[in-house]
Design a protein around this ligand. Structure first.
Ligand SMILES: [Zn+2]
Length: 113
């Protein structure tokens, strides 16, 4: 269950950041999750809700922003959205496609009191 370990590392970073900033409560955690990381949003939220209990983030809301997989063709310049990490240009059929976004798995920011 890879969402549980992701939730744990998110919580660790959130708590460390909150402490450094003298926060008393963490209200919102904004996450960027690229589609390549294959994270299940609801499994991640559930895992986070379990482990946040008893911490200063125990009422924190996890906001997940999913980032689409975007590739750019180096042959014809076509920029397109893809469903998985397998790139064949939808225009010219070239495999020379470069990943532009979709690998993200990071905390965008947190809101604290
Ligand atoms: Zn192309």
């Amino acid at each position: 269950m890879h969402e549980a370990s992701i939730a744990q590392s998110i919580l660790d970073i959130v708590l460390e950041t909150a402490l450094k900033n003298g926060a008393r409560t963490v209200r919102v955690v904004n996450l960027l999750v690229g589609k390549i990381s294959a994270v299940d949003n609801s499994a991640l939220t559930t895992a986070f809700d379990v482990i946040k209990e008893g911490t200063i983030a125990d009422s924190a809301i996890l906001n997940i922003e999913n980032i689409p997989i975007v590739g750019k063709c180096n042959d014809c310049g076509n920029l397109d959205e893809y469903e998985e990490y397998f790139f064949q240009c939808k225009k010219c059929r070239s495999f020379n496609v470069e990943l532009i976004s979709g690998e993200e798995l990071s905390i965008k920011d947190i809101e604290v009191d």
